[in-house]
Design a protein. Sequence first.
Lengths: 115, 114
Amino acid sequence: EAGVVQSPRYKIIEKKQPVAFWCNPISGHNTLYWYLQNLGQGPELLIRYENEEAVDDSQLPKDRFSAERLKGVDSTLKIQPAELGDSAVYLCASSLGSGRWGEQFFGPGTRLTVL
Amino acid sequence: GQQLNQSPQSMFIQEGEDVSMNCTSSSIFNTWLWYKQDPGEGPVLLIALYKAGELTSNGRLTAQFGITRKDSFLNISASIPSDVGIYFCAGLGYSGGGADGLTFGKGTHLIIQP
């Protein structure tokens, strides 16, 4: 079974530039999450999707961050414009519903460096 | 955002020793999970705990869901070099729309000296 796929793995941009991250969850997983992980910290939730609906985006900085999950499968997270403080690892995770929500499976992440 | 209190922050041990780490929260969680993260990779699920008081093993790993639902611990027996990495605890709550995102601890960095 293929795991969660993310691309790119690394991205270096200058501040004020836009950037986008892509995630393909495990087949059949209806729930998709985007997390932000700063150096030396645990991941923190940005947004959660149930199928194509964003059911929890309370931690997403909406002035510059946006996300979409068209057709309830792949998802894209965008930052525009990027700031120096956005340098971090962006992790995508997915899970099944029906009582197994806790078992979230993570992709390798996209390491973003903003110069 | 909120993070769980995980301790110790780091551990330097000899190969073959047992390891113990724990996690506490001011909030109740319905599910506790333990993940391991290697450099440049995403967290990998080790153990999931769904009931208060539950004790679950996965090979040399044993984890328990605290009775109060506010804590959990992870033990690793007879450590080996590949156990090196960062271990995260995570708590999961449930809202009306389904399972919430995970709330993570800051991690325990395990270093093994041969």
